[in-house]
Structures are given as structure tokens and as C-alpha cells.
Design a protein around this ligand. Sequence first.
Ligand SMILES: Nc1ncnc2c1ncn2[C@@H]1O[C@H](COP(=O)(O)OP(=O)(O)O)[C@@H](O)[C@H]1O
Ligand SMILES: [Mg+2]
Length: 347
Amino acid sequence: MPIIEAKNLVKRYKIIEKQEGLLGYFKSLINPQYKEITAVNNINFKIEEGELIGYIGENGAGKSTTIKMLTGLLTPTSGKIVVNGLVPNEKRIQNNKNIGAVFGQKTQLWWDLPVIESFRLIKKMFKIPESEYRKNLKNFTKILDLEELLDKQVKNLSLGQKMRCEIAATFLHNPKIVYLDEPTIGLDVFVKENIRKFIKEINKEKKTTVILTTHDLKDIEDVCDRIILLDRGQIIYDGEKQKFKDTYGKYTLAELIVNSKNINIKNKLTSKNFEIIEENECRLKIKFKHDEVTIVKIMNDISKYCIIEDIHMRESELEDILKEIYKGAYRNGKNGDSTWKNAIEKI
Ligand SMILES: Nc1ncnc2c1ncn2[C@@H]1O[C@H](COP(=O)(O)OP(=O)(O)O)[C@@H](O)[C@H]1O
Ligand SMILES: [Mg+2]
């Protein structure tokens, strides 16, 4: 049985329609005109216990809205959510025992207290047995490197230090499900790696189900097995990460280090088989499909205009693929209507 199920889930927000100019501003104060926007537009998914889900999509796609509904903070406009047998917004207190959540930079720790005191309060709130608390504290302190931070007041911690403590606090009561909405935003690479390692270890050890939204696709590459990709409130891909990469990541990227180049090669070339995506005096970035052209042929074409000194190649990564998708490479129709159905059916 899935631990999380969303069925025909919809969330609309009612917002006041802005009117132009100062007059419009006063008009909308006196007689506000409302309009509705659909943030989540009829989505369905099932998540099994222990899955590590990357919930991704552009800004405004509806990720946070979904997560707020899953945690019970928001009530769906229509549709149904069941999390660990409960409807979250109807059974908030019971549901809270099973879950942990991090929302960007909002803190759940007590600002003026030392970190360890916040942890003790959480222990009390969730009635965590002493032995379990000690075991977790010891383990989390080790993985997240918290030793030096426990006695410091939360308000005196740096962003990265705070987030490490935040993550520990979230997992302290052994939640079955953890929602992490942009937990790595603004953090340096070491802290990010620390957090990724932590999530993976706890998931392995305790089978914690994790739903992670992030703009850093390295988080997804490192942590998640399955991705759910949201586009303007609708799910456009839901499946294994590797399958997604295999299907969409048809491009190879090559970087050529060149010299003696004195023209713009991109303007000169007529080949449709490859695309120069970046060009400067000593570097060319090229995108091509293996089954359409070989790197030897490309080098042959390019070497008419410069001397090629070196070459680096890599297969396209999640980030490259998503850039293409966000640019609309898989959309068509005049108003950018998605034709994801076809694309998804191919997967
Ligand atoms: N409280 C709110 N009131 C009105 N509109 C909102 C509210 N929260 C989010 N939205 C709108 O809903 C859409 C989805 O937002 P959100 O769920 O925050 O997306 P994401 O987390 O993917 O960036 C956006 O168009 C956003 O402007
Ligand atoms: Mg968001």
C-alpha cells in the first residue's frame, strides 16, 4: 500500500486582481475584483514507503503548494490526499507525529535558545523515548557535524549551521515521511553534501520516505531515485530518474579548446547536425546527437576555422535536460501548450 497517495488533487488560490495606476489601486481597495489561479491542477501520484522523491519544476510550478497540502497546512480545493492512512488537513495533530518538514529558510527551532534546548523541547513535544533520543542525537551530531553548535543560540548560527540543525530537528522523532522544500537554498557545497549524505543514510537505515524539492539538481542526482516533474500545476513526468535521463538526455556535450580563431564559427557553419551553444575566442561548446553525427565529423568542420587543442565530452545531465524542457523544447502549440502526453507515453 502506498504511504502517500494524491488523487485528482487541485488547489486554486483566490487573489485580488491588480488594477493599473493609482486610481486602480483605490478602486481595488473599495471594490476588489477577485480572480482564481490554479496552482495545482489535477495531479495524481502514489509513493511507497522508503522512496526518495525529487519533486521538481520551475518557480511557480506548484511544488510548495503540493507539499503544504501533503503536510495538512493547506486544504485542497478538490481531490484527495491520504498520508499514512490519514487525510492530513483533517487529522493535523495525528499526521504531524508521522511527518517532518523543512520549508526553505523558515525555522522550527527556538531563536533564543541553544540548539540542544530546542532538541530537548522537540523530544518532549513528540514524547521521544530517552534511549531513542540519545541514539539519534549521537548519530545526527556525527553525520551533520553538530558537536560545536549544540550549545550555541540559534540566532547566532550561520545559514548552513542553522540548516544542519534544522535537518537534525526534523528527523529527531523518527518521522516516517519527511518533506524538504528547498532545504539547500543558499548553502555552500560542503553543507549541501553533508545534508545529502544525511538524507541518504537515514533513508537507508530507517526507510524514511523523503520528498525533496530543490533547484540544485545535484541534490536530485545524488539523493533521489524517482522524479516527479511539475509544469504549471501538472505532472509531466513521474518515474525513475535514470529512465528520464535515458529518454530525454539524447545529447552529448563537447567542449573544444581552440586557438587561432578569428571569426565567429557559429555564423559560418550551416550544419544542422550539431549546435554551437557557446562560443568565445578560445572555447566552443557544442551539443549534438550521437546517432546523427560523430565528433570526428564535427571536429573536421570546425578545424577549417581554427586549431583544435583539446576536447572534453560529457553526456547530458539532469540540468541540461531540464533546461531544454523549461525552454519549451518538448512543448508545441502557439501558446506553449504542453504536449507532454505524447512525450510521456514514449517513456
Ligand atoms: N498563498 C498564495 N496566494 C496566492 N497565490 C499563491 C499562493 N501561494 C502560491 N501561489 C501561486 O501559486 C502558484 C504555485 O506556487 P508554488 O506552489 O509556491 O510554486 P513553487 O513552489 O513550485 O515555486 C504560483 O503561481 C504562485 O504565485
Ligand atoms: Mg516553492
